[in-house]
Design a protein around this ligand. Structure first.
Ligand code: ADP
Ligand code: MG
Length: 754
């Protein structure tokens, strides 16, 4: 343990009262969410005051955070299994499973008053016959409804059974996104409600949870309501001074309102309170390490080697000025007395990988081992392939080895053996790199690509595997200086602010859904010219959206979309899909097939966003572009335009609201990730912040480093102030915080994802 000081961020709180053991206890408890303690205690505490009725068993039984969800009424074995898939094992998990989005149900409007591009509700009579037609393997059911002020056309995909449900002459309440075809308003896939049901929904802002197949929003809502009534959320622990000057809502009230907001204003306040906490605890963790980092001496001696120079001469391009400058900075770090702790920031396509390879090559030729970690197996495999290829082509003499979870036990054993005795000197992989069995011979540098998807703990354990190595962090997420200081502490920052000169600019267009037909024809054209295509959808499968309501009714999902697309495109085009919930071995296979051009069109979630390099892919089509932050869309765009061919981006917006189109239009005008993120922020108000993420890289549960930059700065300021005034939190006013850190059974930060 003595050597478990991470050189980046660790969870030892320097002078704080938390012992390392305690820290690990906390982490362990978070990870071992299934250490079930079925203790129903007869303990009554003040619960939430968000108007929730407390429902207790006959003996006034309360639940613990550790109580398994199956103890809740209405949660049987089957539902518990699905909850488990969603990462929810206990009542505590459920309480901190915050909605992904919210919805306010509006009054139904006369058909005449509904607006194109908006979600509206109408009460209308089914007028006329129900038509069913088949387009390839898609069943399209359509019907006209009217209410005396006008007519509206309703279409449903693959729901032929509605033929027996919708009765001509009967009035229904339909709700959905309004579009227009041939001058008539159209709703695709509207949801239907009974009047009374709809009135109830209108009363409050409704939470929308991320779901898995088989789970409905209603089921989660009911379970969360029960959880909150049996088990009040953790009490306030932030010092009063912080709470008062930052105007933060009380914690219990905030948690309840985050799930079941009284109204929109309260929701915004509740969210702010919880985002503050999330950042506060994260920064507190970072600060614990800062001083240790600053004085770390390097135990490695590096010299410049001829191999590196020769390699630079042989590659078919010369480094851009920016790459050259950053490489000089890294070389100086490696040869210095202190350990390197450097972040390389560079926009997508700016050429960060070659910098990583240079650092690894310099390390190997100095007689040490180097490791490179990637956030996904697909990306790790890609790095391994490109390192191997260059190694062979330019006779670099490195001995690279791959280490990922999808390898067989035997393959892993062999890799571990080579890592331990030094017969492998470049180790490339995911977090498998840091598992206990990996013992390094003489690890001198760790390069992490898009590192923030790694857990704090994972980075710490890697650093604990021998002498503390140099650390080089690669990131495409643009972060303003002020935030970088808070988030990275003493990391030095190098910026690659220049793209290689030979790049053809990507052609962009922002369109509404009526453009799809044209886009599909364009895709066919590109595929027949030998190119490949990505299509991005926000959801994995239908079940993830909502089955009993409709805020997501126009949100495309990867699995369903793939089916539809196969119908719409010429049958010779090979369409496949990829998403984060697939087994990693399957993901690797799909990616491999795409690279080898055995798949023409890849429908994917944003798993593709990070670092994938397939230069033959020239079209990036993003469905429901309005649901992504612009910075993220920019990342996605970076997956094309990586080779010699002209590339195209088609951003399809599910909403043609003026503001949405204007916001997406920024992508048309700029290719600079930094500028895009800033503009995006400027154009949006606090109400737009739900459900949109800017940065996939910093996976906070609620907070977003761009959207919530102000809160981040305030949290950073308070951590520094508290630590300088009372580092051990022994003053009475800080006691709550100390007790929280010592005793908390679960932690609001999911350390696995930060
Ligand atoms: P990213 O910064 O997004 O990780 P990569 O490192 O994957 O970008 O580089 C993108 C592509 O650009 C790669 O195919 C790489 O070989 C190429 N590349 C890198 N540096 C240069 C350069 N100086 N001139 C031309 N092409 C380059
Ligand atoms: Mg990259």
């Amino acid at each position: 343990m003595a050597d478990s000081r991470s050189i980046i961020i660790s969870y030892q709180w320097n002078k704080s009262v938390l012992s390392k053991r305690m820290v690990f206890t906390v982490l362990f408890k978070i990870q071992a969410g299934n250490s079930w303690n079925i203790g129903l205690k007869s303990r009554v505490e003040k619960g939430c005051d968000a108007g929730l009725k407390r429902r207790m068993g006959t003996g006034g039984f309360m639940m613990e955070y550790t109580t398994p969800v199956i103890q809740l009424k209405g949660v049987g074995e089957k539902t518990a299994k699905i909850f488990e898939k969603m990462g929810i094992l206990t009542v505590g998990d459920l309480i901190r499973f915050y909605p992904r989005d919210y919805e306010k149900f509006e009054e139904a409007l006369p058909v005449r008053e509904i607006k194109k591009g908006e979600i509206c509700a109408v009460r209308a009579r089914v007028a006329g016959n129900i038509n069913i037609k088949k387009v390839r393997n898609l069943t399209i059911l359509s019907v006209v409804a009217a209410d005396g002020t006008g007519k509206i056309k309703l279409t449903f995909f693959n729901m032929p059974f509605l033929k027996n449900i919708l009765k001509p002459g009967v009035v229904y309440l339909f709700r959905g996104m309004v579009q227009e075809k041939d001058g008539i308003p159209v709703m695709e896939q509207p949801k239907m409600y009974k009047d009374e049901e709809y009135r109830n929904l209108m009363e409050r802002v409704q939470p929308r949870y991320s779901l898995s197949a088989g789970m409905t929003n209603n089921m989660v809502t009911k379970a969360v309501k029960q959880a909150l009534s049996f088990c009040p959320p953790q009490k306030e622990f932030l010092p009063e001074a912080v709470r008062l000057s930052e105007n933060l809502m009380d914690r219990e009230e905030a948690v309840c309102n985050l799930h079941f907001p009284k109204d929109f204003e309260t929701l915004i306040e509740a969210r702010e309170r919880m985002v503050f906490e999330e950042f506060f605890l994260f920064i507190l963790g970072l600060r614990g390490q800062k001083e240790t980092n600053e004085a770390l001496e390097s135990s490695f001696s590096y010299i410049e080697t001829a191999q590196v120079e020769r390699f630079l001469e042989k590659i078919p391009f010369s480094l851009t000025n920016a790459q050259q400058r950053v490489w000089e900075e890294i070389k100086a770090d490696l040869q210095g007395k202190r350990l390197m702790n450097r972040l390389v920031q560079g926009d997508v396509g700016s050429g960060k990988t070659i910098i990583a390879i240079l650092a690894l090559l310099m390390t190997v030729t100095n007689g040490y081992q180097g490791a490179m970690m990637a956030p996904t197996e697909v990306l790790a495999k890609q790095h391994f392939d490109s390192v191997t290829e260059m190694n062979d082509k330019y006779k670099l003499g490195m001995k690279p080895v791959l280490l990922i979870g999808a390898m067989t036990a035997k393959e892993k054993r062999e890799a571990y053996a080579m890592i331990a005795d030094g017969s492998a000197d470049v180790i490339i992989g995911t977090h498998a790199l840091i598992q206990e069995k990996a013992v390094y011979h003489n690890l001198a540098i760790v390069v992490t690509d898009e590192q923030h998807r790694f857990g704090v703990k994972q980075r710490e354990s890697l650093a604990a595997k021998g002498n503390l190595p140099h650390v080089l962090v690669m990131s495409a997420t643009p972060i303003p200086r002020t935030l970088a200081i808070i988030l990275y502490g003493d990391l030095k920052v190098s910026v690659i602010d220049e793209l290689p000169a030979d790049r053809q600019p990507i052609k962009n267009c922002v369109v509404d859904t009526s453009y799809r037909e044209k886009a599909y024809r364009f895709i066919e054209k590109e595929v027949s010219a030998g190119r490949q295509v990505y299509v991005i959808c926000p959801m994995v499968e239908e079940g993830e959206a909502d089955q009993d309501s409709l805020s997501m009714e126009n949100v495309e999902n990867v699995v369903g979309y793939t089916e539809k697309l196969r119908g719409f495109l010429s049958p010779s085009i090979r369409v496949s899909y990829l998403h984060g919930k697939m087994k990693s071995s399957v993901k690797n296979e799909v990616m491999e097939e795409f690279k080898n051009q055995n798949i023409d069109v890849l429908v994917s979630t944003t798993v593709i966003e990070v670092g994938i390099n397939v230069p033959n892919a020239t079209v990036m089509m993003v469905e429901n572009a309005e649901r992504f932050g612009l910075a993220q869309l920019h990342q996605l765009r970076g997956r094309v335009g990586r080779g010699e061919y002209q590339s195209y981006c088609i951003f399809v917006s599910g909403s043609d609201k003026k503001e949405t189109m204007e916001r997406l239009g920024i992508l048309n005008r700029s290719n600079d990730g930094f500028k895009i993120a800033e503009e995006d922020l400027r154009l949006r108000g606090p109400g737009d912040l739900f459900g949109i993420r800017q940065s996939g890289e910093f996976a906070f549960k609620l907070g977003d480093i761009y959207n919530d930059a102000r809160i981040l700065k305030q949290a950073g300021m308070w951590v520094d102030r508290l630590l300088s005034e009372d580092a051990e939190f022994i003053k009475t006013e800080n006691e709550g915080l100390r007790i929280y850190l010592e005793n908390e059974k679960w932690n609001p930060i999911d350390f696995r994802t930060i």
